[in-house]
Design a protein around this ligand. Structure first.
Ligand SMILES: Nc1nc2c(c(=O)[nH]1)N[C@H]1C(S)=C(S)[C@@H](COP(=O)(O)O)O[C@H]1N2
Ligand SMILES: [Mo]
Length: 365
């Protein structure tokens, strides 16, 4: 069993964040379809969160292994600090939630309609889930992905209480600001999907969905990770569609197998002396079994793999490298637990996630 501090501050998010407006969920400089509006803004209207005490008794995840990033410069940490965790949503202003009236409703094709207050949710049995979540708009090599330790109520237990009807095939989650995301009904039961109340040992920040959000391992955020959650509707794909589905994105959003070079940037100057190439790879629900690195058109070399917390989390990797002078291309590819190796074939983020190898050229002098 784990423990949380009772003394939770109500610090407000103030860092610059990615905010995405009408059109396409894409961050970075790439515009998609010509109707992208990307906004960087300072959050000012975050809910003055009513920070309740988190449960002190729950089913803990295993202790975290020691983090190789401590000794490898530029490698992503095993757990992404909340302040560094990417943010993607359609909200110009973080919903200002009145905790006196906030409720979570489970409705739709259920025999038993359910309603929960925040305190009622906090009183339910909870599990800790280590899980990498990612955005479908993440370009190859991009940073719209992060790994966190979440705490929440098992979605399967809540849904079971609602007595879903057998012809339902979709769980559609809705937020206080009208965003919605739907995924196959069975995915509420075949993985550790949770109604999350905490991230990295603290109540969710306003930016990341306070008071509660969904976390569903293996599914992109746009079909699953609803923040500022207010309603879970049991329905059918042929009856209701999530926010992005009517805007050209794929109905199903399983996270693709990805790998990324963390410690070198395109065009970077590199000294011709022994160093390491390092990064992360992820294939939530399948896990990472192999990462290979290639210099120029040389042979693929197996990288050392860092600890795998579980199959839902990313895995760090690194390999020794003694660069020789000139322009050197570094390429990485990962293989997941199903035996699938990332394809070299490049696909755009729309409609269901980018493919291709992360590859960049550095200038060795
Ligand atoms: N209410 C709400 N929840 C949302 C979204 C949104 O626009 N509104 N975007 C989703 C998308 S596309 C992603 S990738 C994740 C990102 O979660 P994060 O901002 O906590 O990293 O949130 C999901 N949940
Ligand atoms: Mo996303």
């Amino acid at each position: 069993m784990g423990n949380y501090s009772d003394d939770v501050s109500d610090e407000q998010p103030s860092r610059r964040s990615f905010l995405i407006a009408s059109g396409a969920i894409v961050a970075g400089s790439a515009a998609l379809g010509g109707f992208l509006a990307e906004v960087h803004k300072k959050s000012t209207s975050a809910a003055k969160a009513v920070m309740r005490k988190l449960p002190t008794s729950y089913s803990s995840a295993a202790p975290l292994p020691s983090d190789p990033a401590v000794t490898i410069d530029g490698l992503s940490p095993l757990i992404t600090p909340t302040k560094d965790f990417f943010r993607i949503d359609t909200a110009f202003d973080i919903p200002n939630i009145d905790m006196n009236s906030w409720k979570l409703v489970v409705d739709g094709m259920v025999d038993q309609l359910l309603t929960f207050t925040y305190d009622e949710i906090l009183a339910m049995p909870m599990i800790e889930v280590d899980c990498t979540i990612g955005c479908v708009s993440n370009e190859v090599g991009g940073d719209l992905v992060g790994n966190a330790r979440w705490l929440g109520v098992k979605l399967s237990e809540v849904l079971a209480k609602a007595k879903p009807q057998t012809n339902a095939d979709q769980v559609l989650s809705v937020s206080s600001d009208g965003f919605s995301a739907g995924f196959p009904f069975q995915n509420a039961f075949d993985r550790d999907a949770i109604i999350a109340v905490a991230m990295n040992g603290q109540p969710l920040t306003a930016e990341h969905g306070y008071p509660v959000r969904l976390v569903v391992p293996g599914l992109y955020g746009y079909v699953s990770a609803t923040k500022w959650l207010t309603e879970i509707t049991i329905t059918r794909f042929d009856q209701k569609k999530g926010f992005w589905i009517t805007r050209g994105w794929s109905e199903l959003g399983p996270v693709k197998t990805e790998s990324r070079i963390d410690n070198f940037k395109q065009g970077q100057a590199v000294a011709a002396q022994p160093t390491k190439i390092a990064g992360v790879a992820w294939a939530p629900t399948r896990g990472i079994t192999k990462v290979e690195v290639r210099i120029d058109d040389g042979p693929w070399q197996s990288a050392t793999l860092g600890p795998q917390i579980n199959a839902d989390t990313w895995r760090q990797w690194w390999i020794d490298w003694t660069p020789t002078s000139g322009k050197r291309r570094i390429t990485v590819r990962a293989t997941d637990g199903s035996g699938y190796t990332q394809t070299s074939k490049a696909a755009t983020v729309e409609p269901d996630g980018a493919t291709g190898w992360h590859s960049l050229v550095v200038n060795v002098t």
